[in-house]
Design a binder for this molecule. Structure first.
Ligand code: GRF
Length: 193
């Protein structure tokens, strides 16, 4: 594998549903010499996703997929992944749950970033739940995706201290700043770099 030239990097698709700040960090990371990945495709279920703008800014192909019928949507995505020779999928704020069918049919790796210290707080509203339980720490996790929600093997986690004055919004902001660093570190880790 030639990592330094940008040729032969691992072709990666990032799936988003919203702002795409993790997508932006991944794109920045992919441009570094030390990065083993290139971002070749952005997939979204939401045609209004703000993160789609990074597709035009960085000239990356985008696919907007209608999820009215999950099975048809997943088939379309699998076709796109094949067409673009994608070997790695990074979920980054993607609000659809991928089926077993999809996971089995994509031979590469699927990663996800989640805004909690898994296995705590799988699913939504992680910051509210951490504050309600008066946790001392929250954080974020990058993990492999398996058929159970937010339950695949953990690759890396980063702790964030919770202060008394924190609100769901302030905590989300602090955690998100760490997410932006953690995703690329996790990718380096899985490729033993
Ligand atoms: C992040 O907190 C991510 O962990 C969660 O959704 C948020 C997405 O943010 N799954 P962004 O779209 O990457 O800005």
């Amino acid at each position: 594998m030639v990592l330094s030239t940008g040729i032969n990097k691992i072709k990666t698709a990032v799936f988003i549903s919203g702002t795409g700040s993790n997508l932006k960090s991944l794109i920045r990371f992919s441009k570094l010499k030390k990065s083993p990945i290139s971002i070749n495709l952005i997939v979204t279920n939401n045609k209004l996703a703000k993160g789609l703008k990074y597709g035009s800014i960085f000239k990356i192909e985008r696919k907007i997929i209608n999820f009215k019928n999950n099975k048809i949507a997943e088939k379309k995505i699998l076709t796109e992944l094949k067409k673009n020779k994608i070997d790695l999928v990074c979920l980054a704020g993607f609000m659809k749950i991928l089926s077993n069918y999809f996971i089995k049919n994509f031979k590469g790796k699927i990663l996800n970033i989640h805004p909690s210290l898994l296995p705590k707080y799988k699913g939504l509203n992680t910051h509210q739940r951490a504050l309600k339980n008066k946790d001392k720490y929250s954080g974020c996790t990058v993990h492999f995706v398996n058929s159970k929600l937010d339950s695949g093997k953990i690759i890396l986690q980063k702790k964030v201290k919770i202060f008394k004055k924190d609100t769901p919004t302030s905590l989300a902001k602090k955690v998100l700043a760490q997410e932006h660093k953690l995703y690329s570190k996790a990718i380096l880790k899985i490729f033993n770099l």
